[in-house]
Design a protein around this ligand. Structure first.
Ligand SMILES: [Zn+2]
Length: 128
């Protein structure tokens, strides 16, 4: 059965997946990843300590797992996955789960349901 796996994704990895350079995910396989499953990658910035979002920016990418490699050089307990059909950025308000956003009069990105301010990823390059 197809499962949707919710995963944290660091900003540098998120950007590379978003623009198509990165098509793989290397993960600890503690979730029984299978071909056909969907990875829901939630952008997470560990350098931020927003108290109400716990580092989540609100951006989410989705991709389908087309291959899972275990062993063949992959350490036990880990897996390398190939992703395809990576969707455009979706939003998921970390505070209320609202998936629609708009820009308010101050130029901030806010969720439509409750007007929570969503944090955009920084423009400057990541250190990692
Ligand atoms: Zn919200």
């Amino acid at each position: 059965m197809q499962k949707v796996h919710e995963l944290k994704c660091w900003p540098s990895q998120f950007e590379a997946t978003l623009d198509g350079r990165k098509k793989h995910e290397f993960r600890k396989n503690d979730r029984d990843f299978k071909v056909g499953d969907v990875l829901s990658l939630r952008e997470y910035d560990p350098a931020k300590s927003y108290p109400y979002t716990h580092g989540h920016t609100g951006r989410v990418l989705r991709g389908r797992v087309t291959w899972v490699t275990e062993s063949f050089g992959v350490p036990p307990g880990f897996c390398a996955m190939s992703l395809s059909d990576v969707s455009a950025v979706m939003w998921d308000c970390p505070q209320c789960g609202c998936t629609e956003v708009e820009t308010d009069e101050d130029g901030a990105t806010v969720c439509v349901d409750a007007g929570h301010t969503l944090i955009l990823a920084p423009d400057e390059p990541e250190d990692t």
